[in-house]
Design a protein around this ligand. Structure first.
Ligand SMILES: Cc1cc2nc3c(=O)[nH]c(=O)nc-3n(C[C@H](O)[C@H](O)[C@H](O)COP(=O)(O)O)c2cc1C
Length: 215
């Protein structure tokens, strides 16, 4: 293996001009996301979701940002999963977008609520049939004996619903909405002197305060 301690990259792809950033970080997120999408990096909507359980034990995993509700971030999952049980016990979460080839990351802290059942059902109906069946076949985060358990379940469901029978949205599957309280935009710069701009929500005035953080 290459010597890890000697692996390093000098970041020089961009910079943040704090004076031209949006007052509203949601608009800034949209601009960054659009640039990431236009740059054709794979799955720019993949975000690392961090939760902590009732004992404050943290956990992380990737989920896909699937849209926005007002100025909040929506992802979909199983309401019986590990992440869901963390969220139900402790609605504070953080997400991270890492766009390595752009030398950028965005960190967001926020609180989570469930998306309405109607909106989840609507999105579910737009998914490919096999993804709909996959969601039914998997009791996400539960222990299974082997892969055959999943494959048998999928075969049963394919048989049950055939080619055209509508597939209902499982009660235990749906969306969560992340309501951001802070955003940090990070751009790698030369010599580890990176740019970091932090937005924090001021609840009394419903405005955002920005500061620059030392790298
Ligand atoms: C690129 C990528 C995208 C993923 N998107 C989702 C997603 O949108 N929803 C989801 O429930 N799991 C998604 N997963 C799987 C999760 O990372 C995780 O394995 C799963 O949700 C179970 O997590 P949990 O046991 O902590 O609840 C994705 C994984 C990867 C690598």
């Amino acid at each position: 293996m290459k010597e890890l301690s000697q692996m390093r990259e000098n970041y020089k792809m961009g910079s943040i001009d704090a004076s031209s950033m949006n007052e509203n970080p949601f608009l800034e997120l949209n601009q960054w996301l659009n640039r990431a999408i236009d740059s054709n990096i794979p799955e720019p909507n993949a975000m690392i979701l961090s939760t902590a359980n009732v004992d404050a034990l943290p956990d992380v995993r990737t989920v896909l940002l699937k849209g926005f509700k007002d100025e909040n971030l929506v992802f979909y999952t199983n309401y019986n999963s590990k992440k869901a049980s963390d969220i139900e016990a402790n609605p504070n979460v953080a997400v991270l977008f890492l766009w390595k080839t752009l030398q950028q990351q965005i960190r967001i802290q926020g609180t989570v609520s469930r998306l309405s059942r109607d909106e989840s059902v609507k999105y579910h109906a737009s998914r490919p049939r096999k993804s709909q069946l996959g969601a039914q076949a998997s009791r996400q985060s539960s222990v299974i004996k082997d892969r055959k358990v999943l494959e048998d379940k999928m075969a049963d469901l394919l048989n049950k619903y055939g080619e055209n029978e509508p597939i209902p949205c499982p009660e235990l599957w749906g969306g969560y909405v992340i309501h951001p309280q802070t955003y940090e935009f990070w751009q790698g710069r030369r010599n580890r002197l990176h740019d970091r701009i932090l937005y924090s929500k001021c609840h009394t005035s419903n405005t955002w305060k920005t500061v620059r953080l030392s790298p």
